[in-house]
Design a protein around this ligand. Structure first.
Ligand code: SF4
Length: 334
């Protein structure tokens, strides 16, 4: 998961980060206060320390947009236009937990903090600011979200595109329970998300909301089985090489066999390339498949993610090619 956000006016890190060499994955929970109010809109003062012990201080003005489009959301099908809501994952905003089913492995490798622009302080201020607006000014947050969704829907209709929205670009909020009215209000919008909750936990979804479910090191065979049985897809990150700037990609497996550790039963599913586009819907991905992702966030994080079991090793994924090919089978015990 990654997002593009807008530079924060007036925010300056105390030191310029060398994000490539940021060794530890731990980011301290942010310290956030309301610096001032502009009418009903808070301007947050934010401080966080990265894994190298560097402290960054800045502000985020809640009049800034909640929704944005990153490069992954822009990729793909011409008939769709996609936008997403990116907020600080898990407990990084310093209040609440926006990823209730997160595991140590996924927190450590989370693209919401470690991929693309998400390593920059200005983006992190925006992620944290939005999360605090969600936690502390819920009514204002939802009103602003509705306004932005309405504008986006109008834009899509005017330009003849189907509006597609990811509300959990870097969080895992069960929106169908938090704000069920949104889905009925914006019937034309196709909502979709990744979730680390099981398909059983998030079984009842509005007709215009689709989920795929993420593999993590603690995933059980029952989780995989319930996902496939529900006609949804399971997302598995592999350590396959990824160099999109050079247009070079490692191979993904052709299929994955999930094997139950206790009973020996297995489920065999084909793999689709989840990095080709970001529209995680039945009509774009199919149903009952594995969405394979390449390893991102840098080699050291990829190795750590494989070690934790969050990411799976694919023996044929190391060689870079002009396009992603699917080759081989990966067996996953769970
Ligand atoms: S649940 Fe998803 S968004 Fe949350 S920490 Fe894990 S990988 Fe990141």
């Amino acid at each position: 998961m990654s997002c593009h956000t807008f530079p924060v006016r007036g925010s300056r890190p105390t030191r310029r980060p060398e994000t490539e060499s940021e060794k530890r994955s731990t980011l301290t929970s942010a310290i956030v206060t309301v610096d001032q109010m502009e009418g009903e809109f808070p301007i947050f003062r934010i401080e966080f320390t990265n894994g190298k012990g560097e402290t960054f201080r800045g502000t985020w003005d809640s009049r800034r947009p909640l929704l944005s489009a990153n490069s992954k959301l822009r990729k793909g099908f011409k008939r769709f236009r996609a936008i997403g809501l990116a907020m600080a994952p898990w407990k990084f905003a310093g209040k609440g937990n926006l990823c209730g089913a997160a595991s140590a492995g996924c927190i450590d490798a989370c693209n919401g903090l470690w991929a693309g622009m998400n390593v920059t302080p200005s983006t992190r201020f925006a992620l944290i600011g939005r999360a605090r607006l969600y936690m502390e000014f819920r009514a204002l947050f939802l009103r602003k979200l509705r306004e932005e969704l309405a504008n986006f829907e109008r834009l899509c209709i005017r330009t003849g595109r189907v509006p597609a929205v990811r509300l959990n670009v870097s969080t895992d909020i069960p929106w169908e329970r938090v704000a069920p009215g949104l889905f009925a209000e914006f019937r034309r919008i196709r909502f979709y998300d990744y979730s680390a909750y099981s398909a059983d936990n998030r079984a009842a979804l509005p007709a215009n909301y689709q989920l795929c479910h993420s593999w993590k090191e603690s995933t059980t065979f029952a989780y995989v089985e319930s996902t496939i049985r529900a006609g949804r897809n399971i997302v598995v990150p592999f350590d396959s090489a990824y160099a999109p700037a050079r247009r070079l990609f490692g191979a993904l497996p052709a299929e994955v066999i999930f094997v139950c550790r206790e009973t020996g039963r297995s489920i065999r599913v084909p793999v689709r390339n989840g990095d080709k586009h970001d529209f995680r819907m039945r009509e774009t991905d199919g149903a009952g498949v594995c969405i394979g992702l390449h390893g991102k966030s840098g080699r050291s994080k990829v190795s750590a993610a494989v070690e934790s079991g969050f990411m799976r090793h694919h023996a044929e994924g190391a060689t870079l090619r002009r396009k992603t090919i699917h080759v081989g089978t990966v067996a996953v015990e769970c």
